[in-house]
Every structure is written in C-alpha cells, then in structure tokens.
Design a binder for this molecule. Structure first.
Ligand SMILES: Cc1ncc(COP(=O)(O)O)c(C=O)c1O
Length: 497
C-alpha cells in the first residue's frame, strides 16, 4: 500500500488546543440556574459549606466547547483500529445504545418494587440464563461491575464453599501469563498467589500443576486460569489440569476475558471449570476503555450457587421476584450490576443468536491469524503455535538492528493513525506487543495496519528512523516521562513552577 494511503488515516483535521476548564473560568459566569423553589426553603446550617466550592465558573457553551474539544483528541474504536490485546476493543453496535436508551429501561429506579419492574427483572434473568448456556454452567450473577470485580466475586464464592465444608485453604495457583488483576484479586480475597511457569509452548503444563498440587495439596483453594490465555493460545491441557486440581478438592476458576475467541464454540463448563467471569464489555460489545462502565458477570456450577451475591432474581408462576439466599457472600454491587450494560449485552446476544456468536468467534480468530501470518514476516513471533483471538510479537528484530524498542514502535504506530497494541504484556515475553484485531476489522483495515507496521520495520532496518521523537502528529507529542514522574504537574500552581 502506498505510504500516503495509510498516512491519510492519521490526518485528523482541525484539532483545537484546550487548557483545563479552570482556565476558562471567569468570576460570576454561570452555566445553570436552579428552578424557583415551589416548597419552603430548608437549608440546615450544619450541612452548608464553610467556604464556597472551588469550581470553575463557566457558561454552558464554555462547558460544551471544553468537552467537545477534548473529545476530539480521543482515539476510539469509532475512529479506527484498536488492537489492544486481551482488551477486545470491538465495535459497539448503535442498536445497543438505542435499546438501552428506551425510557422504560433508562429511567427505571434501581429500588423500584418487583411489581413495577417486571421487564427489568426479566432482562436480568434472561441475561443470567443466556450466560449459563454460553458457559455450560448452572447459575450466574450479573452484579460484578468489571472483570476484576468478577474475579474477586468468584474467589469469594470459592472461599465461602470451602468454609462451608470446614476447609481453610491458603493458596490460588495462577500461571505467569495471567493478567495482573488475577493475583490482585487473590490477595483481595485473602489468598496467597502461587505463580506457575507456563511451558515453552506458552500453555500451562499438567506436570507443573501436578507438582504444585503435590506440594501444597489441600491448602490450594483454586486454580485461576485464563482460556484462551493472554498469548492467544488455547490451554490445551485444561481438562487434565482440572482433574488434577479437583483431586484435592480445589476449584477451577476460569478468567473469561478472552471468551470472544470461543463464544458459542466451546463451553468452559465442559472443560472442568467451576466458576468463571465474563467481560460483557469485551465479548458482548458494551462500551469500555473510558467509554462506559464495565460488567463482569460470574457463572458457576451448581455447588457454588448457594453462595452467589444477594439479591437473586427468581421466576415462578410467570412472575419475576427477588429472593435472598441464606448463605450468600452478600452484595458486591447494587441494582444487579451496571444494568444499562446488561441491556446492551442482551441486545447483542439476541441480535446475533447462537450462529451469529459462533461467526463472531470464527472471524476474530481468522483476523488474528491473518495478521499474525503477515506480521511474522517482519516481527519476531513469541510462539509459533495456532493462535486464537490474539498473538504476541516482540521488538527483538528491531532492537537488534536499530536499537528500537516496543515503546517507540507503539508511538510510531500512533503517528500512522492506529491505537498501539497492548505492550510489555504478557510479562513472559520481553518487549511484547499483544495484538488483538477482533472480528470488527475488515480486510482493508487489517492491511492498513500491516502496511503501517511494515513501514515502521522498513525505516528501522534502513537506519532511516529510530522514532525517538514519536509521536509527532498527536495533539500531545512526546512527553518527558522522567520529568513527569519526578515533578508531576497536578494543579495550576504546579504549572507555574
Ligand atoms: C485476561 C484479563 N483478565 C482480567 C481482566 C480485567 O478485566 P476488567 O478490566 O474488566 O477489570 C482483563 C482486562 O483487561 C484481562 O485482559
């Protein structure tokens, strides 16, 4: 592809500079006036501020311009390809937004009694049933507000299960390819993480798990395994691993953040998984990455169901109601989670149906494998094994030839109109670039990305560029990271320094 073709994708037109909203402030200017009181004024002195709040004084147009200008600096999936591995940045169809904005859904009060919120309860109930079907598991909670909250909830369920059976366990086994939230969730749930090294092929070996099970035995509460993992590889030993873990009464937790690759194709419940979370904002297209709140529902096998968060939605005699489980771990989020996200995800699932979801999984894997094949001609591939939804290349060749590292390659990509991939993760691959195109991208867009990456490789190999000053086309250019860390500008007063 000619250079100008993809460079034109980085030309963003008129982008205006904008300072903080406090710099627009002018004493006495107002943007909003409260309506006249229709009831007697009550203003308890004890609740009044002692000093006026330090808020910017701006008009409505100031606010609109400020945020519109800032929004034009953003890069989003609506702007272009967003190959952020393991984050599954896919297109969020507009129909989801239309449905979520229906007044009966967007205006409903979270504490409305069941008699007047039958539709909302049905949505939650349907969502739980569909996720159980997709997971091959028995019960589900929609409460967790993100994947990480799902992880914590799942481990709290594991904890409640062991406690109920009079077993106090200490450890959770986590492979070294895991997302950072996995060990963090273990700590939050009161467990210690035992990190398991993945094998040379990138997946977890059965012997590694067996050794850990022999060493820690019935002190192990669970294994936490991401499948497909963050190298984009299917954990081929999952069935045997599950058996080994179950042999000491421990539970199998599956991090389902990467479900996009297998949705509708394979059920975690058939792999020996006892508990898993979904990221609705990844697999089921609800907006995220600064664009909206997350949702991390958790699905479980029957034996963990008694501990699910309260309240539960039940369906009896064609009516929906709410019940409280006596052994529940309690509430992890109000209003059954981020309800608007459940509406969007349900819309997506119902819109595509089982066959559509399978097509999504297939296309996401096909796109990733096409990109991998093309990019592996110029960049070092971490593992030469069949990939699922994502894959890892590194800066090894570019570092050797021109001393150019992953960070510079990522910044050079920004100048070519693309959001960089996830970089320096997973930690097991030095200089990693974790690339996930998703099913969203067309062949033309994939080819544009390949052309941009090849152009970067060409320039490094020819010695023409090291990209030391990149990015140069973004509204904020290369920042002085060392100075920013040493002397952060956190207020207007700091700015004057
Ligand atoms: C593999 C994996 N697990 C867990 C998470 C955490 O999910 P969330 O960001 O919704 O908390 C992520 C997020 O990127 C992930 O990629």
């Amino acid at each position: 592809m000619a250079e100008k073709d993809y460079h034109s994708h980085a030309t963003t037109g008129l982008i205006l500079r904008e300072d903080t909203i406090f710099e627009r402030s002018s004493s006495g200017r107002e943007g909003y006036r409260l309506p006249n009181l229709e009831v007697p004024e009550v203003s308890p002195k004890s609740l009044r501020r002692s000093h006026p709040a330090e808020l910017p004084e701006v008009g409505e147009l100031d606010v609109v311009r400020h945020f519109t200008r800032l929004s034009s600096w953003n890069y989003s999936i609506d702007t272009g390809m967003f190959p952020l591995g393991s984050c599954t940045m896919k297109y969020n169809p507009r129909i989801n937004e239309e449905v979520a904005a229906l007044p009966g859904l967007s205006d409903i009060h979270p504490d409305a009694p069941a008699e007047v919120s039958q539709g909302a309860l049905e949505i939650i109930y349907q969502m739980e049933r569909l996720l159980c079907e997709i997971a091959g598991l028995d019960a589900c909670t929609t409460q967790p507000a993100a994947g990480a909250v799902g992880e914590f909830t799942g481990l709290a369920l594991v904890h409640a299960f062991h406690k109920h059976h009079g077993s106090r366990r200490k450890y959770v086994l986590v492979p070294d390819t895991a997302h950072g939230t996995n060990p963090a969730s273990c700590t939050l749930a009161g467990y210690e993480t035992i990190t398991l090294p993945s094998s040379k092929t990138g997946v977890l070996g059965v012997d590694t798990v067996r050794e850990a099970v022999e060493k820690y035995g019935r002190d192990i509460a669970a294994i936490m395994i991401t499948n497909p993992n963050t190298l984009g590889l299917f954990e081929t030993n999952i069935l045997e691993i599950s058996e080994v873990v179950h042999s000491v009464g421990a539970q199998v937790y599956m991090d389902g953040a990467n479900m996009n690759a297998i949705v509708g194709m394979a059920k975690p419940g058939h792999m020996g998984v006892d508990v898993m979370h979904f990221n609705l904002h990844k697999t089921f297209s609800t907006p995220h990455g600064g664009g909206g709140p997350g949702a991390g529902p958790v699905a479980v096998r029957e034996h963990l169901a008694p501990y699910l968060p309260n309240p539960r939605v039940v369906h009896t005699d064609s009516k929906y109601s709410v019940e409280y489980l006596p052994e529940s771990i309690g509430k992890v989020k109000g209003a059954f989670g981020n309800f608007g996200m459940l509406v969007r995800a349900l819309c997506y699932i119902r819109h595509h149906g089982a066959e559509g979801l399978r097509a999504i999984a297939r296309a996401s894997v096909l796109n990733a494998n096409y990109l991998k094949h093309q990019l592996s001609k110029r960049f070092k591939l971490s593992h030469d094994a069949p990939s699922f939804h994502e894959f890892v290349v590194s800066d090894a060749l570019q570092a050797k030839v021109g001393g150019v590292k992953t960070l510079q390659i990522a910044k050079a990509l920004m100048d070519r109109g693309f959001h960089p991939p996830t970089i320096y993760f997973p930690l097991v691959v030095p200089g990693a670039m974790l690339i996930e195109p998703t099913e969203t991208e067309s062949l033309q867009d994939l080819d544009r990305f390949i052309a941009a990456m090849n152009d970067i490789a060409d320039r490094i190999e020819s010695g023409e560029e090291t990209f030391a000053d990149a990015p140069t086309k973004t509204i904020v250019g290369k920042v002085d990271e060392a100075l920013a860390a040493r002397r952060p500008v956190l207020s207007l007063d700091d700015r004057a320094l």
